[in-house]
Design a protein around this ligand. Structure first.
Ligand code: ATP
Ligand code: MG
Length: 272
C-alpha cells in the first residue's frame, strides 16, 4: 500500500485544548485537552452517554456549539479543506438499501470526486475500498439484503474511498462476530502501518482497548486518562494504564480510575 499521510509526524493529527461542547441544555464535553498522534490507532473509550460520539462529531466538523481549540490536520475542525482528508463513519451507518454495494460506493465516489475525467479513478477506488473491507463476494448484492455487519462494512468502505489521512470511526465493531471484529482490527492496523492513516476509534468494549496504540478514557464529559489537561493522569498506552493502576486489564484500569474520580468528587463536595 502507498503512504498517503502528510505533514510532519511530530505534529499530532488532532490537538484539543479546553474543548467544550454544549448540546441542548447540557454541557456534554467539559474543557477537554488531548492529542491524537499521526499514523497510530487511538481508542476513545467510556460508558454510554459519556460524550464519545459528540467528541467525534466535533473532530469531523459536524457538531455545533464547539468552543475552545480543536485543530485537525493543521486546520481548525470543520474547515472545508478537511472534507476530503477525513473519513467519518457515524454510529448509525447510512447506505442506500436499494443500491448494490458497488453502486453505493460509486454514488459516494462521484460526490467525492465528480466529473467525467475522474471516472476511471473512481472505479479503481471503489474496487480497492470493497477489497479493503472484504466485501468482494457481495459487491453486487443489494445493501438492503446484507447482514448488519456487512452493512457497517459498506459504510467503512465509503469512508475509505478518498484514502483519508484521518479516519474517525464511531463504534465500528458493535454487533460484529469475533472473526469479523478481528479482521476489522487487522485492517485498522494495516491502514495505520502501511498507509500511515491516523485512526480515532470509539468503543465501549474494553477488550478492544488492548488493540489500540493509545487510549483516551472518558467519563461524563471529561477525560479520565490519556488527556493533556490532567498530565498527572499519565498513562495513555494500554501498558502504561495497566501499570499505573496496578490492574491486569484495561477494564480494571478504567474501573480503578472511575472509583478514584468518584472519591475525588465526594471529597470536593464535603470540603465545599
Ligand atoms: N441533541 C442533544 N441534546 C441534548 N443532549 C444531548 C443531545 N445529543 C446527545 N446529548 C447528550 O450528550 C451526552 C453525550 O452523548 P454522546 O452521544 O456523545 O455519548 P456516547 O458516549 O457516544 O454514548 P454511546 O456509547 O451510547 O454512543 C449524553 O448524555 C446525551 O444524552
Ligand atoms: Mg456514541
Amino acid at each position: 500500500m502507498m503512504n498517503y499521510s502528510s505533514g510532519p509526524p511530530e505534529e499530532p493529527a488532532v490537538h484539543a485544548q479546553d474543548l467544550t461542547v454544549v448540546r441542548g441544555p447540557r454541557t456534554v464535553l467539559r474543557g477537554l485537552g488531548f492529542t491524537v498522534p499521526r499514523g497510530r490507532i487511538t481508542g476513545l473509550l467510556g460508558p454510554s452517554g459519556c460524550g464519545k460520539s459528540t467528541l467525534m462529531r466535533a473532530v469531523a466538523g459536524t457538531q455545533a456549539k464547539v468552543t475552545g481549540t480543536l485543530d485537525v490536520l493543521g486546520s481548525p475542525a470543520g474547515h472545508p479543506a478537511l472534507r476530503t482528508r477525513i473519513g467519518y463513519v457515524t454510529q448509525a451507518p447510512s447506505v442506500y438499501d436499494d443500491l448494490t454495494v458497488r453502486q453505493n460506493l460509486h454514488y459516494f465516489a462521484a460526490i467525492l470526486d465528480p466529473g467525467r475525467a475522474a471516472a476511471d479513478r473512481r472505479h479503481e477506488n471503489v474496487t480497492r475500498a470493497i477489497t479493503d473491507v472484504d466485501l468482494t463476494t457481495h459487491a453486487d448484492a443489494l445493501a438492503g439484503n446484507l447482514s448488519g455487519g456487512q452493512r457497517s462494512r459498506v459504510s467503512l468502505a465509503v469512508a475509505l474511498l478518498g484514502t483519508p489521512e484521518l479516519l474517525v470511526l464511531d463504534e465500528p465493531t458493535v454487533g460484529l462476530d469475533p472473526v469479523l471484529r478481528r479482521d476489522l482490527w487487522n485492517l485498522f492496523h494495516t491502514l495505520a502501518s502501511e498507509r500511515g492513516t491516523t485512526l480515532l476509534i470509539s468503543s465501549h468494549v474494553m477488550d478492544e482497548a488492548e488493540r489500540c496504540h493509545r487510549l483516551l478514557l472518558m467519563r461524563a464529559g471529561e477525560i479520565l486518562a490519556g488527556g493533556t489537561s490532567r498530565p498527572e493522569a499519565g498513562g495513555d498506552t494500554p501498558d502504561a494504564l495497566r501499570a499505573r493502576t496496578g490492574s491486569e486489564t484495561v477494564e480494571g484500569a478504567f474501573l480503578h480510575l472511575v472509583d478514584e474520580a468518584i472519591a475525588a468528587d465526594r471529597t470536593k463536595e464535603t470540603t465545599r
